[in-house]
Design a protein around this ligand. Structure first.
Ligand code: ZN
Ligand code: ZN
Length: 297
């Protein structure tokens, strides 16, 4: 796909985590727990647990795409150093914490005259139309296109979506990102799985492994709480940290970043996470390429 960007120095493929909170954000505005208190901050500075709702910015080869656009997307884009029009926006499922930012973006689509492309899984497109009817005039092709099964190119990366169980909430979708090996460059594979629980092994074998069955290079995995074992499974919709640590496909990944974090996770307490694992923070930028020399591979 071609974009309006002028040619510039080649920058590595990255994910910038604009929003890393659960659906309620941290602090929850009604809550006085220690994590919410820390997140409110002091002396005008937010705490390290301050986190907004889901939005992730993929950058590759001078192009960019938003993977989900939660209600705080405008603020996340405003924190970037320069103006940015993403080349594409993807929506995983029709939950407010993943799509309300579309309010701003759909307005822009009308001015941009096709410059900004919005995609969602085919079954999610009508749900978005029901949420933003003014942007879908009767008799016209709407501004949101179905994600084709072969995926959508963003710079050198192919973005695909696959359906995952979302517990009490039915199902959601996750993103698979692939960069094929090129001249003198190693490829990589990554997955962004924010809202899922109980992914069957068969599905994981297809979507959560790299080429040849190896582990993914990067896994961004939603874990809303540290330990929800006290909550009946029927009321849950996202993995917790305890479950994530036991998932074979997560353990096989080279780097794992836990995101979609509620006030039940204090990112200052990460010492129990294994090497290569860490908690997400808003505005963290994660390199996607494999580091050049990895003697233990
Ligand atoms: Zn969510
Ligand atoms: Zn959800």
């Amino acid at each position: 796909m071609t974009g309006p960007h002028p040619p510039g120095p080649v920058r590595p493929d990255t994910l910038t985590l604009l929003g890393t909170g659960d659906s309620k954000g941290v602090p929850r505005f009604w809550c006085a727990c220690p994590v919410c208190a820390e997140a409110r901050g002091a002396h005008g500075q937010p705490g390290v647990n301050r986190r907004t709702r889901t939005a992730t910015l993929l950058r590759s080869g001078g192009q960019s795409a938003l993977l989900d656009a939660g209600p705080d997307t405008h603020a996340g884009l405003a924190r970037l150093s320069g103006p940015l029009v993403p080349d594409a926006v993807f929506i995983s499922h029709a939950h407010n914490d993943h799509l309300l930012g579309l309010g701003d973006l759909l307005d822009y689509v009308r001015y941009a005259d096709g410059r900004l492309r919005v995609y969602a899984p085919p079954e999610v497109v009508p749900q978005i139309a029901a949420r933003f009817p003014y942007a879908f005039p009767a008799g016209e092709a709407g501004p949101v296109r179905p994600i084709p099964p072969r995926g959508v190119p963003v710079g050198g990366v192919t973005v695909r979506a696959f359906r995952v169980p979302h517990g009490a909430n039915g199902h959601s979708h996750a993103y698979r990102l692939d960069r094929p090996a090129g001249a003198g460059e190693q490829g990589w594979s990554a997955a962004v799985v924010t809202d899922a629980i109980g992914i069957p092994l068969e599905l994981a074998r297809t979507w959560l492994r790299g080429p040849g069955g190896a582990g993914l290079d990067t896994l961004l995995l939603g874990t809303s709480f540290e330990d929800e074992s006290g909550v009946p499974l029927t009321g849950r919709s996202v993995y917790d940290v305890r479950e994530a640590l036991a998932l074979p496909w997560a353990r096989a990944a080279r780097q794992v970043i836990l995101t979609h974090l509620s006030h039940g996770v204090d990112v200052r307490r990460a010492a129990h996470l294994p090497p290569g694992w860490g908690y997400a923070r808003d505005d963290l930028t994660v390199p996607l390429a494999r580091p050049p020399a990895t003697p233990n591979l």
